[in-house]
Design a protein around this ligand. Sequence first.
Ligand SMILES: [Zn+2]
Length: 283
Amino acid sequence: MSIDVEDWFHVENLKAVIRRDSWSEQRARVERNTDRMLQLMAGVQGGVRSTCFILGWVAERCPDLVRRIAAAGHEIASHGYNHELLDSLSPKAFRDDVSRSKATLEDIIGAEVRGYRAPSFSIKEWAIPILQDVGFSYDSSLFPSFGHDRYGKLAGITPDEPVIELAPGFFEIGVSCVTIASRGVPWGGGGYFRMLPYSVFRRGAKQILHSGRPYVFYIHPWEIDPDQPRVQGLRRSHHFRHYVGLGRCEARFRSLLADFSWTTMAELLRSWTGAPRPRAVHA
Ligand SMILES: [Zn+2]
């Protein structure tokens, strides 16, 4: 289970209308929505532990939220600092962005942050050595689908290989796809989760598990918030992707939490590869 902890106004689909330099003027709802998700996960019998890929911009403004997430037993990971697609960054700017986000999170929780997820899954081949050099040990940005313009691709990876060692000690954990006619169809969350009938979505997740692969799901706190501010003037496709099914998402999320057993990405990596446990970075 993974949660990309960002606010409604950070989303790529709203970028054309909400300028980056207006972020601090927007109505922040990330704490409220993330706390609600923590509550839902704690409410499941036995509790659910997730990996929270937290945006550095959010962590800097809401350090107590980061502490609450960690204290509830969830893994803290990085969603970068500024939510810029990798296409739009130079390698140097990318290194600065991920280093800043990692340091921000580690300062708050006092423990090593090992996981990274790129904004809008926009991972690129050139970014992998940088992530490893900065000290991450896994990336979970790969969405091996053929149906989305922004999702990144890495050479030689197919939907059938969920955890791959890209370099010695550095792993990719793909977000789930179902394979239909040898093509990967995104099945890990997002608009697909909010739009398809829940029983169909659940059947796909079960199919992935039955094939012996882990099921990797992602969600954002703003997806369970139908009362977030509605932005006007979006392209129709962006409007649809962002707002479809928000009203039913919390109930679905609750069902999904109860219908499967979940763990963190670090635990998945450990059980899959025998990767080491994270270290404390300072006392
Ligand atoms: Zn994001």
